[in-house]
Design a protein around this ligand. Structure first.
Ligand code: CA
Length: 328
């Protein structure tokens, strides 16, 4: 990018991060060992884990609280659903969860693939994995490749877990510590949509790990946090008291002020940067582009070269890595 006498190695310190969203989930079913290994091989800097608890308090890597969209739970455990018809992972032991096959994500109703161009939905090759298994794989591949790929752990619905009588954060933090993640220098971020839980991590757990406040839309009902307020300068200043970064929705970074208007950057990234925080938007998908971009290359151009984000969550780590290698 710069035409200076600085060596390539020095220039490379400012390259934004590739965060593999649920592993290389554009190519293999999300949160499976295969998707994690592929993400590692494709050059991700960090690999993301969504973590929830089983009935016997084991942390498992699953995005949804329910098993319906990504497993064959209906076939194996008929009748183990709750009143709303859904099968909750927290109602099953880890041993039971291990009996399930994980498949490519379905649309919420029925057996139609959410992303039709991805891995065939009917496959029974894959299993649910525990957080410990995923860390073992990443650390093992770090050893065998000499790279240092990090974890990006999301505490999923901590308030909901508490209502179910479980302390997700306590379980996860104990495991992270056991695997050697203890200081701000360690190759890990802990993320959550819950501002309350991130503050609890700082104050009650006194964690030194880097934290990221995820920011959604209030209508998604993801936590008690007021996301609209958190995106203001005052809200961001509050986040900066307990977190090193934010994880906003890509639509929070690019707004359009009319149906045919050109996309315009919001001040979110620069506001967060001026408070010393990193910005890691979600989710960059080659097969599901946001309305404001007409191609994957354009989307990456807007995110990295215009908005200047510090990294992106992506289902396609190889394609983002290729873009960054070309541009930096
Ligand atoms: Ca996540």
């Amino acid at each position: 990018m710069w035409n200076t006498g600085i060596s390539g190695q020095e220039l490379k310190t400012n390259i934004p991060l590739v965060l593999a969203h649920r592993g290389a989930s554009g190519y293999l079913p999300e949160h499976t060992l295969a998707a994690v290994a592929l993400a590692h091989g494709q050059g991700a800097d960090f690999i993301e884990q969504d973590v929830i608890l089983s009935s016997d308090n084991q942390p498992v890597v699953l995005h949804d609280l329910t098993l319906d969209a990504t497993t064959n739970v209906h076939d194996l455990f008929p009748g183990r659903n709750r009143k709303n018809g859904k099968y909750y992972a927290i109602d099953f032991t880890l041993a039971e969860l291990k009996k399930l096959s994980v498949h490519e994500r379905s649309k919420s109703s029925g057996s139609i693939a959410k992303y039709p161009l991805r891995f065939p939905r009917k496959s029974v090759l894959f299993k649910i994995i525990s957080l410990q298994e995923e860390i073992e794989l990443i650390q093992g591949m770090n050893k065998s490749t000499g790279r240092n790929v990090g974890l990006f752990v999301e505490l999923k619905a901590p308030e909901w877990h508490r209502q179910q009588g479980k302390d997700l954060t306590a379980v996860v933090m104990k495991i992270l510590e056991r695997f050697g993640y203890k200081t701000v220098e360690d190759r890990i971020y802990v993320q959550s949509f819950s501002a309350k839980e991130l503050k609890r991590l700082r104050l009650e757990f006194q964690t030194k790990l880097k934290l990221v406040q995820l920011i959604g839309e209030n209508r998604w009902r993801l936590s008690e946090a007021d996301f609209k307020q958190l995106r203001t300068v005052e809200g961001l200043a509050e986040i900066a008291t307990y977190a090193e970064g934010i994880g906003p929705w890509i639509e929070h970074i690019v707004g359009t002020d009319g149906f045919f208007a050109d996309p315009e950057l919001t001040s979110l990234v620069s506001d967060a940067h001026s408070l010393g925080m990193k910005v890691f938007p979600y989710t960059i998908r080659a097969d599901a582009l946001p309305g404001f971009s007409s191609s994957f290359a354009e989307l990456l151009e807007i995110m990295f070269m215009q908005a200047k984000v510090d990294g992106v969550f992506t289902d396609f780590p190889d394609q983002v890595r290729a873009f960054l290698q070309h541009r930096y």
